[in-house]
Design a protein around this ligand. Structure first.
Ligand code: IMP
Ligand code: MG
Length: 180
């Protein structure tokens, strides 16, 4: 049974699995047999990056970065802070930033510009979800799993006040849950 704070399932486990496989194929097509360096953005992309990297047959190394985001609320503050930086140098590497969702675009725009300065060979963005209606800054992902409507979603790594990251599917949160 679904939690009382959730409205409905938006993407099933099966749909996500199939799309992740397709994204991995797109990445493999673009990079052929080149080595890749994945950057998972904590914590929302943890499940996505784990599944994605297992579908990619290239040689892959990876690291995590942590940036400040919404805190305990569902509204963005517009302020991006690096809480954990990379442990490796990315100069000359084929870097793919793996993120859970592009909402206003603030986080990814900042991260992209920040990492670009370190001279990677290529720098791309792979995002599981995209909410194009919410965009405030100009940034596009190279690989997008699903474009979704302007609703607050959880599951498959995404949280609402740290809850629901462990759901194997993606669900929409009821408005009442974050308005109270
Ligand atoms: P942006 O900087 O506004 O694009 O926000 C990106 C971050 O906000 C994501 O990495 C998520 O952590 C969070 N976020 C945005 N929309 C949602 C949502 O619907 N559910 C859960 N987290 C979200
Ligand atoms: Mg988050």
């Amino acid at each position: 049974m679904m939690n009382k704070d959730l409205k409905k399932v938006l993407l099933t486990e099966e749909e996500i699995k199939n799309r992740v496989l397709e994204l991995a194929k797109e990445i493999m097509d673009d990079y052929k047999d080149e080595e890749l360096f994945f950057i998972g953005v904590l914590k929302g992309s943890v499940i996505f990056v784990s599944d994605l990297m297992r579908c990619v047959e290239n040689e892959v190394t990876m690291d995590f970065m942590a940036v400040s985001s919404y805190g305990m609320s569902s509204q963005t503050t517009g302020v991006v802070r690096i809480l954990k930086d990379l442990d490796f140098d990315i100069e000359g590497k084929n870097v793919v930033i793996v993120e859970d969702i592009i909402d206003t675009g603030t986080t990814l725009k900042y991260l992209y510009e920040y990492l670009k300065k370190r001279n990677p060979k290529t720098l791309k963005i792979c995002c599981l979800l995209d909410k194009p209606e919410r965009r405030k800054v100009d940034i596009k992902a190279d690989y997008i799993g699903f474009s979704i409507p302007d609703e607050f979603v959880v599951g498959y790594g995404l949280d609402f006040a740290e809850r629901f990251r462990n759901l194997p599917y993606i669900a929409i949160v009821k408005e009442e849950a974050y308005e109270k």
